[in-house]
Design a protein. Structure first.
Lengths: 315, 689
């Protein structure tokens, strides 16, 4: 199993290397480049040449890439053009907050989505099924910023139970404060994603419930909770795990709107700021980190797959 | 027979099951009575839609909630039609065990065999979790699975098909149920594996004394296994009685017609007598006797059309539901003699064959790893030679994975040939380009097994049949719509059906459309890949007769690929038997079936269940051990040697050549080829009494 994980990770090295070329080359794909960004439109050719030399942009492309890559591997992603702080430490401040929010939102999504899916799959076509399908459509359809504002109005402004602006409080510092801060943004994202979870799991459960092995399990006299909870659920989990992984990956860097509504210090807002200020090293760093996490989540999904389905071998 | 006197294990009275469909009830079972006693095997025969599987689900309380059940089912003192969910659950696995058709789908792929064997008994509180493993091993041992301790922790995909079905049988018997319901338990299995599983089922039934309901469409299986038989048609039992009676003197026109429509290993070459029409759908049952529109006895009499006949005694323990029982002919009435088959022009073997396949090889690469490197070859076809003359039918038989379908596809140019030559119409077509091959394909066409999947659902039947003409740009040249109408008539469909879509046709009609499509371009050779395997017994005969008529009229050559030895025997002039990518024996039909010389052919033939209960226990049966090896790693030497009862040291070292056998029109690939003799030599075949 561990060998399998290591091998899966090793297989990703070429992917990462290729992606790093793309990320690095991005700087050159955009007109103006960092020099124009820093110096503005009225810079003299001398100023430009001096800055190019300072940034190392006058060196051959291969050398530049190699330098960037070796530095990145050593944990140095350069310095933000805007704040002049190391990119690694800027990201380092935001990453734990983003991971914490992503996990919390996934948990909320699963807590809502799984029961909804099971209840509607067991009674397809019933009024409950239709009501729950309505819920899924609503969860998917309501814009997150609007839901976020509604939640703030209810819980922060009206009931005054929770803060309206959510800071990052590490779980190990104060679990209660952490919960108070993360609950509203996690609910906002979790409700949205529960709609997706419920739809996928319901479809998968309905298909599995028709399978022959379900009839076999019933013919053995297994209680229905074992038939559904063990036999059906485990098979239905296969496609579901993929969707959960995809959504988790989406939460890394893809939650700008929610972060903005709750002024939450996540990676998404950092990236958007970096893009709007054309802070190239920071953009590169953010995308690289997001990509690595995305890939790690995919490996996790693959490992889970092999764990759930014995037909997939650790090979 | 003392068991008969005792209380039956299962007693069904006036059972009716209906399903709600678009607001009205559709009757699936319409009032049946059944008794099954301990130590007894009741066979239920019927075609699709006869209600046989619905009956079995009703007995085990597994019907979907949309089903409406009336009548009485008493099993072990419990009235099932009135029992609540919990009572039914506690009864399943304890009072009744079930064996289903397809062992690849009836087992859950994500749990170990051991767990699936015992979880039912654990749930019933009859087995402690810490004793489960030992019990699972014991159960696997009882069904003859080698290395049960190692196998118990494996998953279903690590078991072969036959082993899976053994495990399912073990599972059904884990709780020592008094009743076992086996619904088509061997239909998904190869014939040599079917023989193993049937003998296992019979042995376990005898050992446990359980009552068994065996549901099948296969009259051979019934004749081999059942003590009593119930024949179902249109949701009712139309005849029931002791198995000997049912086969020797059936008293319902449907039973007689079924027996007559069957191609048999022990039958003559006479034309089959199909039952006209098709089995009725439960939603569209004819009034009166459900069988009357297809019945030879009814002759459109008013009584048959209006009054549903009840079961009446017509002999000791023998019941028939026919108004005119006394008119039912005996099935042994002189079958039309060989002359009844319309004569067809003799096959001229002296001319050059239409199709010649020489040493054909088709190897598929086995790839693995991230870079998809080739790690080996799967030798799907490994040296096949055969010839087909104009107007001739060559049967290609073998079990799953033997390469018969790949051979057919290679001839059509649908898979890449690795080695060997294919000549068609005097021309080498082995390495033709796409365009040239397309021209050749005009003269050879393929008919697929599954008429449901091989017709495009969004095209009308007329468009489907016209498509080959359009592809070759010959639609107008060959007569356009008039040609399509003639093709419909040729295959026995009304041209008025041209505008209909595939879902509006029955299985047999769909296969007729597939044949019409294949005939559109006036081909000289048809490759028929299991053309009747997915059809009901009564429909099979219609299609076989149609194929024979078309061959006679159009001088077609057929390469007939099938697993069913009886069907192949009926339709073929010559037969080739394949095993693991090679032809092991090839001969004239009569010689191959009367005097097979290859041990595999001999075992295959002996494994086919014959629809004649009187030969049960008399007929010698060779039950092969093991199953077909993986073609990716065939055994060295003769690929059959690990399962062969004649194998010697030479067989594992040296692959036998495909040589003529003296005195017979036969070629065989065996070091020890020879007819079966009463006392075989070195190693005795395992005989089952």
């Amino acid at each position: 199993m561990i060998g399998y994980i290591l091998r899966r990770l090793a297989q990703l090295l070429p992917v990462l290397l290729l992606a790093s070329v793309g990320i690095w080359a991005m700087v050159y794909a955009i007109p103006g480049g960092p020099v124009g960004m820093i110096l503005g439109e009225n810079a003299t050719p001398e100023q430009i040449a001096a800055l190019r030399a300072e940034l190392g942009l006058d060196r051959p492309v291969i050398v530049q890439y190699w330098a960037w890559l070796t530095n990145a591997l050593a944990g140095d992603l350069g310095v933000s053009l805007h704040s002049r702080q190391p990119v690694v430490s800027l990201i380092g401040e935001r990453l734990p907050a983003t991971i914490q929010l992503g996990l919390a939102a996934t948990v909320v999504g699963l807590l809502i989505g799984i029961p909804v899916a099971v209840a509607s799959a067991l009674m397809p076509g019933s009024w409950l099924d239709r009501a729950l399908s309505g819920w899924s459509a609503l969860a998917l359809g309501v814009p997150t910023f609007w839901l976020g504002i509604l939640l703030i109005l209810l819980f922060a402004v009206h009931l005054r139970w929770l803060p309206s602006a959510s800071g990052y409080v590490p779980f190990w510092e104060s679990p209660i404060e952490m919960l108070r801060n993360i609950l509203l943004p996690a609910l906002t994202l979790g409700i949205y994603v529960s709609g997706i979870f419920a739809r996928f799991l319901r479809a998968s459960l309905v298909a599995e419930l028709r399978a022959d092995y379900v009839r076999t399990a019933r013919s053995k006299g297994l209680p229905e909770r074992d038939v559904v909870g063990r036999h059906v659920m485990r098979n239905a989990m296969l496609p579901f795990v993929t969707i959960v992984g995809l959504m988790m990956a989406n939460f890394i860097g893809g939650t700008v709107v929610t972060e903005a509504v709750f002024t939450y210090p996540g990676l998404g807002r950092l990236l958007i700021t970096a893009i709007s200020t054309r802070d190239y090293p920071l953009i590169q760093g953010c995308i690289l980190v997001i990509l690595v996490i995305y890939i790690l989540i995919n490996v996790m999904v693959d490992v889970l797959y092999a764990y759930i389905d014995p037909r997939i071998e650790y090979a | 027979m003392s068991a008969r006197m005792a209380e039956p294990v299962l007693s069904v009275r006036a059972l009716e099951v209906a399903f709600m469909a678009s607001g009205r009830p559709v009757p699936a079972v319409r009032g049946i009575d059944l008794d099954v006693h301990a130590n007894e095997v009741l066979g239920i025969v019927g075609e699709s839609g006869s209600g046989k599987s619905v009956t079995s689900l009703a007995i085990s309380g597994l019907l979907p909630p949309t089903a409406r059940v009336r009548g009485s089912i008493r099993l072990g003192g419990v009235e099932i039609t009135e029992a609540d969910h919990e009572t039914l659950r506690r009864m399943r696995g304890v009072d009744v065990g079930m064996v289903f058709q397809d062992p690849t789908t009836t087992l859950n792929p994500v749990f170990t065999i051991g767990r699936q064997l015992t979880e039912g008994q654990i749930a019933h509180g009859r087995l402690r979790a810490d004793a489960a493993r030992a019990r699972a091993i014991e159960l696997l041992r009882e069904v003859d699975i080698p290395d049960p301790a190692g196998r118990v922790i494996q998953y279903p995909h690590q078991f072969s098909g036959g082993m899976r079905q053994r495990a399912v049988i073990a599972m059904a018997m884990a709780g020592h149920p008094r009743l076992i319901i086996a619904d088509e338990p061997t239909t998904a299995l190869d014939v040599t594996v079917q023989a193993q599983v049937l003998s296992l089922l019979a042995r376990r039934q005898a050992e446990t004394g359980a009552a068994v309901i065996l549901i099948t469409h296969d009259l051979g299986v019934i004749a081999e296994m059942a003590h009593r038989v119930a024949v179902m048609y249109g949701g009712r039992i139309v005849e029931s009685g002791p198995v000997e009676q049912i086969f020797a003197r059936p008293r319902h026109p449907y039973t007689v017609a079924l027996l007559r429509s069957l191609p048999r290993l022990d039958g003559g070459a006479a034309r089959l007598e199909p039952i006209p029409g098709q089995p009725p759908a439960p939603s569209n049952l004819p009034p009166g006797c459900a069988f009357h529109p297809r019945c030879a006895v009814a002759r459109d009499r008013a009584r048959c059309r209006t009054e549903e006949p009840g079961l009446r005694a017509c002999g000791p323990a023998h019941l028939s539901a026919c108004h005119f029982v006394e008119e039912v002919p005996a099935p042994s009435l002189p079958r039309e003699s060989d002359g009844a088959q319309p004569a067809r022009p003799a096959v001229r073997r002296d001319s050059e064959p239409l199709l010649t396949v020489e040493n054909l090889q088709v190897h598929f690469p086995i790839k693995a790893g991230i870079l998809r490197r080739r790690i080996g070859w799967l030798r799907a076809v490994d040296g096949v030679s055969l010839t087909v003359h104009e107007g001739e039918t060559v049967g290609l038989v073998g079990e799953s994975g033997c390469g018969k379908t790949t051979t057919g596809r290679a001839v059509m140019g649908l898979v890449r040939v690795t080695g060997g030559r294919i000549r068609f119409g005097g021309r080498d077509i082995t390495a033709l380009g796409r365009g040239a091959m397309r021209q050749v394909r005009r003269h050879m066409q393929y008919v697929f097994q599954d008429p449901f999947a091989s017709l495009n659902p969004i095209k009308s039947a007329g468009e489907i049949v016209a498509e080959p003409l359009r592809i070759h740009g010959l639609y107008d040249e060959m007569g356009g719509a008039g040609r399509i109408a003639r093709l419909f008539e040729m295959v026995g469909l009304s041209p008025g059906m041209m505008g209909r879509f595939p879902h509006e046709f029955s299985g047999g009609q769909k296969q007729r459309i597939g044949i019409a499509r294949a005939l559109a371009l006036e081909p000289r050779l048809l490759i028929l890949d299991e053309p009747v395997a997915s059809l009901d017994v009564s429909i099979q005969a219609q299609i076989i007769n149609l194929l024979q008529d078309l061959q006679r009229e159009l001088r077609l050559a057929y390469l007939f690929i099938a697993h069913d030895l009886s069907v192949v025997r009926h339709i073929s002039d010559r037969v080739a038997v394949m095993y693991l990518g090679r032809i092991v024996e090839e001969s004239e039909k009569q010689a191959l079936y009367a005097t097979p010389v290859h041990p595999y052919t001999q075992s295959l033939l002996s494994a086919v269940p014959v629809p004649d209960p009187t030969v049960r226990g008399v007929r010698r049966r060779i039950v092969l051990e093991g199953e077909i090896p993986n073609p990716a790693s065939p055994p060295p030497g003769c690929a059959f040697h690990p399962r062969c009862f004649r194998a010697s040291a030479r067989c594992s070292a040296e692959a036998p050549a495909f040589l003529p056998y003296p005195g017979l029109p036969t070629r065989a690939a065996c070091h020890h080829a020879g007819p079966l003799i009463p006392a075989p030599g070195a190693k005795h075949p395992q005989e089952v009494a």
